[in-house]
Design a protein around this ligand. Structure first.
Ligand code: ADP
Length: 178
């Protein structure tokens, strides 16, 4: 797939903790209850404080692949977009489409709120068990396609917690740059 360089330059990759990101919105790899969990979800709720859970309780949950927005409370980020990614079973249960929807619907919500910068974790690659290499490809291509197809411009940073994901993202972006 070919993406123009004016879109590719909007993407950056970092290793670290997404809760520290100074962006308009950080994305949470949530679970459908939206009531908190482990992994990145737990870290975001701890850093944002109890007000985040209180707002999440008012939302009534969220299906896999959909997305909801809340305020960021004690985070540097002004907002949090919560999206439950797919639980990986066998790769033949629509997992790729649901993962794509999580990235696409998060981009769409950020766009609708006219946000200028967004940070994503590697959704579904922890407890939900999605193979990291394919998840990386879905993440980057969905975001690039969104920017290309809508014409909306926003800075996008992928914040990877582990070395394996970080290396995969760096290599995949290099490959796209050719
Ligand atoms: P899921 O249930 O969607 O798999 P997890 O939170 O278990 O969600 O994992 C998703 C990814 O988030 C994993 O790659 C994990 O290493 C990563 N992660 C965990 N904590 C953080 C954090 N503080 N910042 C960024 N990424 C994180």
């Amino acid at each position: 797939m070919v993406f123009p360089s004016d879109i590719r330059v909007l993407i950056s990759i970092k290793k670290g903790d997404i809760t520290k990101e100074d962006v308009d919105v950080i994305v949470n790899a949530a679970n459908p209850s939206l009531l908190g969990g482990g992994g990145v979800d737990g870290a975001i709720h701890r850093a944002a404080g109890p007000e985040l859970l209180a707002e999440c309780r008012t939302l009534g949950g969220c299906s896999h692949g959909e997305a909801r927005i809340t305020k960021g409370y004690r985070l540097k980020a002004r907002y949090v977009i919560h999206t439950p990614g797919p639980v990986y079973r066998n790769g033949k249960s629509g997992e790729r489409e649901v993962l794509r929807n999580s990235y696409y619907n998060s981009m769409k919500l950020a766009h609708q709120n006219t946000l200028q910068s967004i940070a994503f974790p590697a959704i579904s690659t922890g407890v939900y068990g999605y193979p990291k290499e394919e998840a990386c490809e879905v993440a980057i291509t969905t975001v690039l396609e969104y920017l290309r197809d809508t014409g909306y411009r926003m800075q996008v940073v992928f914040v990877l917690f582990d070395d394996e994901n970080y290396t995969l993202y760096i290599d995949y972006l290099k490959k796209l740059r050719g």
